[in-house]
Design a protein around this ligand. Structure first.
Ligand code: TMP
Length: 238
């Protein structure tokens, strides 16, 4: 597979064309941003962690019957993925209260939620990814009701599968963000990444934060937290 022209550079990844029109190559960077790009930094080694961790979890989810964009890992930072049109919704699942959920509802961080929640943000950097309800999303033509229903079903299945996977390595999956895409054939599949950038991951014993909140909140030990997740998932040995 030959790497072609760069199509897009996002905050954490670059996307390249390939000689196969059905595939793109994504390259993960060490650049980190928070608060819609207001805070900028570098997390050394993050690109490797996020690439290899996403690929491990995508392969696991495929085994659980969830279709994903994963095709082939080329090296530590680059992966071939299926070409999709991204549905412009960020899909956020929460198992435990944290982050903007606490701010919005006055919930105490760390409170167990009585059921997993699913919410959507409109993926639009200029607007700061505002929370959006499903009637607004269909009204704006961002997705059909059927697509939103399918995304919700898949997301709740993904949550159960990932919670169990992380539990085995002593990590609590507090919350996370997913993105979905539609293939040229019209099939809905999981896209983007699943990493410490896009998940809140807490040590099951100490409840220590092992994710990007260490960067967002200036907690220190940012690189160490990413490496700890990498280690727990066995990626330093694989
Ligand atoms: P929040 O509590 O700030 O709404 O974040 C919920 C989850 O979504 C958390 O695991 C971090 C993830 N997230 C992203 O992946 N990208 C983003 O731009 C934001 C704001 C959150």
């Amino acid at each position: 597979m030959k790497m072609g022209e760069q199509l897009y550079e996002g905050k954490a990844k670059k996307v390249f064309a390939t000689d196969d029109p059905a595939c793109y190559i994504v390259a993960y960077k060490d650049d980190a941003t928070a608060f819609n790009g207001l805070k900028k930094g570098t997390i050394t080694g993050k690109g490797v962690v996020n690439n290899r961790m996403s690929n491990l979890l995508f392969r696991y989810l495929e085994d659980c019957g969830i279709p994903t964009h994963f095709v082939e890992e080329l090296d530590d930072r680059t992966t071939v993925v299926r070409r999709v049109t991204i549905v412009p919704l960020e899909v956020i699942v929460r198992n435990i209260a944290a982050g903007s959920f606490c701010k919005r509802y006055g919930a105490v961080e760390g409170m167990d939620l009585k059921n997993p929640t699913v919410e959507f943000s409109y993926k639009n950097d200029e607007l700061g990814d505002p929370l959006i309800n499903t009637s607004h999303a269909t009204a704006l033509g961002l997705a059909t009701q059927q697509t939103i229903d399918d995304i919700t079903d898949m997301t709740l299945r993904i949550n159960e599968a990932l919670k169990a996977y992380f539990a085995k390595v002593g990590i609590i999956l507090v919350d996370f963000k997913l993105e979905f895409g539609i293939t040229p054939e019209g099939k809905l599949i999981l896209a983007d990444e699943i990493s410490p950038d896009t998940c809140r991951l807490w040590d099951a014993t100490t409840r220590q934060k092992l994710d990007k909140d260490r960067f967002r909140q200036d907690l220190g030990g940012v690189e160490g937290a990413y490496q700890e997740v990498y280690h727990r998932l066995g990626l330093d040995k694989a």
